[in-house]
Design a protein. Structure first.
Length: 289
């Protein structure tokens, strides 16, 4: 059912198999097995891209609800066996986990002494997947203008709990020596450390740059903000990073901003959950955040 829920969201066997971390032939066999159990096809395989059949549209919400119920009862049974409160499970972008959530959880532990938290740090697509399949209780991620998450937001409640600037930075000594400044017209081929173009932050950078042609030459690409930050600190080039991830280094003078406010983007820290699936502790955490 988790395979089918993933396929129902992506409508792509290859992408769904990758998200489920199995080979496409094995994934296809599992979908076929589910169809055999139901006795009807769930997928229209003759169309491209594939589409759900009428039975598939009817079964998808049932599958999602079943997954959620199984996950909830599993957590409840495990908590009862341990004789302790259940874990509050967060799916969160890695950089938010490191630079925000870890500190915020420390504050919450002062309010709720019995609080137990499990954090799944991953990319946005996987985090959305975890929320949809009820593997986590909360999804915490950056949202930005028209960059939509990979799930139907109408299925969950959302609150925006803060904003953060996404700014171009570089090692101060390297930027000073090289004249790295996005506002200068006499500089060319500034080494640029970028995100994967298909990633959320990669899309934000592309939208921030827009039709302008800054003097950048791509030298390095990574999906992890912390990995890019390490390259920036080594003086390898400039990169866009969340201000919270580099505030201490900017304050100490190790890093500097290398462009004006027109090169910044405002990211919104957004929290999603399904309120009816939260236990009492989870509801208190939702209110506190």
């Amino acid at each position: 059912m988790q395979d089918f829920a993933c396929l129902g969201r992506t409508l792509n066997f290859t992408r769904a198999a990758e998200e489920r971390n199995i080979t496409q032939p094995a994934f296809s066999r599992r979908i076929k097995s589910l169809e055999m159990w139901l006795g009807v096809p769930l997928i229209k395989r003759s169309t491209y891209p594939i589409q759900l059949s009428d039975a598939g549209h009817q079964f998808l919400p049932v599958a999602r609800e079943t997954i959620a119920n199984l996950s909830d009862i599993r957590q409840s049974i495990r908590a009862e066996e341990r004789g302790s409160t259940a874990f509050q499970r967060f799916a969160v972008l890695h950089t938010i986990s490191v630079n925000y959530l870890s500190r915020r959880i420390a504050d919450l532990e002062q309010q709720f002494p019995d609080l137990r938290v499990r954090v799944y740090s991953d990319n946005l697509s996987t985090c959305c997947h975890l929320l949809l399949e009820a593997t986590c209780d909360f999804l915490l991620y950056y949202s930005y203008k028209d960059v939509a998450p990979n799930f139907d937001e109408a299925l969950f409640v959302r609150k925006d709990i803060g904003t953060e600037q996404f700014i171009p930075v570089a090692k101060t000594s390297a930027a000073t020596d090289g004249g790295w400044d996005l506002d200068r017209s006499d500089i060319r081929d500034i080494p640029y450390l970028g995100y994967d173009p298909s990633s959320f932050l990669g899309t934000v950078v592309d939208q921030t740059i827009g039709k302008r042609k800054p003097p950048l030459k791509l030298r390095y690409m990574d999906a992890l903000t912390e990995a890019i930050k390490r390259r920036v600190l080594s003086g390898s080039g400039i990169a866009w990073l969340p201000e919270g991830a580099v505030s201490e280094e900017i304050a100490s003078g190790a890093l500097m901003q290398v462009g004006g406010s027109e090169w910044e983007a405002t990211l919104t820290l957004s929290l999603h959950c399904s309120l009816d699936r939260l236990d009492m502790t989870g509801k208190r955490v939702w209110e506190a955040l």
